[in-house]
Design a protein around this ligand. Sequence first.
Ligand code: URA
Length: 241
Amino acid sequence: MRLDKLLANAGYGSRKEVKQLLKQKAVTVDGKMVKDPSMHVDPEVQEIYVLGEKLEYKEFIYIMLNKPPGVISATEDLYDKTVIDLLSPIDRHYKPFPVGRLDKDTVGLLLLTNDGKLAHNLLSPKKHVPKTYYAKIDGLVTKEDVEAFRQGVELDDGYVTKPAQLNIIKSDEKSEIELTIYEGKFHQVKRMFEAVGKKVTFLKRLLMGSLQLDEKLKYGEYRELTMEELELIQNEITKEE
Ligand code: URA
């Protein structure tokens, strides 16, 4: 890869800014100062230093975000703030995108990555990756609802949902539940509760496959996945269908 492209991809500025860095003799490749932006380098084998700092090149980025309310799960929007706007310029440089969508008012676990293959697999209906939500519900959630969700409920468009697990945490006029679904239809959780005559008033995603929301992350905060977390989800989607 060209040196200027590599440095730009790694977040050291635009190609023009990178050229300036090279002019300032700020870059070495295998111990030799380099000024030529078109030089071809291999970051996997060669040691590249920028301003005395070793360049840790990575092709992919995997981010766990605790999505706040009021922000949309898109890469750009004319009116609303997007989840990408919450990232630092360096992280944005990798061009990550959200893996699936949470509604504007839904909070919690959202994975952002530029690894299209992983995203595709996580979202593939064939993989049945479970997603677990915590929700507050207006209305009394009952054992009958648990059974209905286990069987599948009919949504407003006639679609019958796949079996889902509903756990009641608190059952009264303002119920609290956890729900695990194995598919991802538009507004699915809200529509499932509408199907049994109830309204979701708060929705938070806790889990996607084995990936669990890090509760230390406040709304709008994020961190990269650990190696362990990444390996777990990678193994999960390569499992036999
Ligand atoms: N189901 C919903 O209704 N909304 C979400 O954001 C996610 C799942």
